[in-house]
Ligand binder design. Structure first.
Ligand code: KG4
Ligand code: ZN
Length: 339
């Protein structure tokens, strides 16, 4: 038998993405059509996202096959994000994937977006060793997991309010830097002093290892109102914002690593592309004996290669979802950690 080729489809938020993955770790193509319609609103507008997915899904899937030099009939199966995310957006991908599977007579499997983020490092040939810690930090998620094996996830900590990517996005919006904010702050911060401004660190009355970013947001808003920063102030401000957000994330994560006693950790999701987070967490985790795996930035942010990879084991076992497969906006993922 030849190589196994899986088409991945991802439309859970504001990126329309399709990819072809060969066997366990060869990304044959990875196409992401970012939707520009949300830029002027400083955040994702769900209605606009669904409509843009409808326009983009066909061409994006075709591009993924062309880039991979694969014909539709050569595919072994289709994996599609079915949860969690924006309902209208998820529905576009799920409906498209089911229609394509039915037309081609190929199996289709629904994939959980958070699990796909956690498994993304496998595309780089990473070796997982269990138990392992996992973090998914993105525009919609800030969750710390204990991973006991594929399919066995316990939630160690989560956010009390905003997701960390959302905090980056809101900070950037406040400074008029556009959307998404994380990459802009990351870039500006390179020329700034992370110690220029000290923002207060919120401490959550410990329910395990939870985060909260609302106090930080208030402090930033007050700082901006008080000082009316100009363009010259932006690098220091960006570096300080980044240091504050990354600091909160890293401090809590390190405490969780020490408590769970794992030796390996995976960090994924859009914020895992952040240069400062990668550097600080790698260093501070190493100091407590934990090796941290980060997918390359292109596989950290939303992409369909991770969806194909996460759906692959079920397809390889000959499983398929039926055409009843539905989208689920907030399917629970993982069980509470009782450690
Ligand atoms: O995983 P993702 O592409 O989509 C979601 O599932 O949310 O993550 C997008 C989020 C946005 O909030 C964006 O600002 C943030 O990830 N992000 C970053 C960076 N690149 C993307 N945050 C900080 N630094 C970055 N380099
Ligand atoms: Zn995501």
């Amino acid at each position: 038998m030849g190589a196994m080729l899986v088409l991945g489809i991802e439309t859970s938020c504001d990126d329309t993405a399709a990819a072809v993955v060969e066997d366990a770790k060869t990304v044959r193509s990875n196409v992401i059509a970012a939707q520009d319609v949300h830029r002027e609103f400083g955040g994702v507008v769900p209605e606009l996202a669904s409509r843009a997915h409808l326009d983009l899904i066909g061409p994006t899937v075709e591009r993924a096959l062309v880039d991979a030099a694969v014909s539709f009939d050569r595919l072994d199966g289709i994996a599609v994000t079915r949860a969690p995310g924006l309902m209208g957006s998820l529905l576009v991908g799920v409906s498209y994937a089911k229609a394509l599977a039915a037309a081609l007579g190929k199996p289709v499997v629904g994939v959980n977006h958070i699990e796909a983020h956690l498994l993304a490092p496998l595309l780089e040939g990473a070796e997982f060793a269990y138990p392992m810690a996992g973090a998914v930090v993105s525009g919609g998620h800030s969750e710390l997991f204990l991973v006991d094996g594929i399919g066995r996830y316990s939630i160690v900590g989560t956010t009390r309010d905003d997701a960390v990517g959302e905090a980056f996005d809101k900070a950037a919006k406040l400074l008029g830097l556009g959307y998404p904010g994380g990459p802009v702050i990351d870039r500006l911060a390179r020329d700034g002093d992370p110690r220029a401004i000290r923002f207060p660190r919120a401490t959550v009355k410990r329910s395990r290892f939870d985060f909260s970013f609302s106090g930080f947001k208030t402090a930033l808003r007050e700082h901006v109102l008080r000082t009316s920063p100009g363009p010259d102030d932006l690098p220091d401000l960006a570096a300080s914002i980044q240091e504050g957000l990354v600091g909160m994330l890293v401090d809590t994560t390190i405490q969780a690593l020490e408590e769970t006693g794992v030796e390996r950790m995976v960090v994924s999701g859009g914020v895992a592309a952040n240069a400062r987070l990668r550097a600080r967490l790698t260093e501070e985790a190493a100091a407590v004996g934990v090796e941290v795996l980060f997918p390359p930035p292109s596989l950290c942010t939303d992409n369909a290669a991770m969806i194909a990879r996460a759906g692959r084991p079920r397809l390889a076992r000959g499983e398929s979802d039926t055409l009843d497969l539905g989208a689920d906006a907030d399917l629970p993922f993982g069980v509470p950690w009782t450690g």
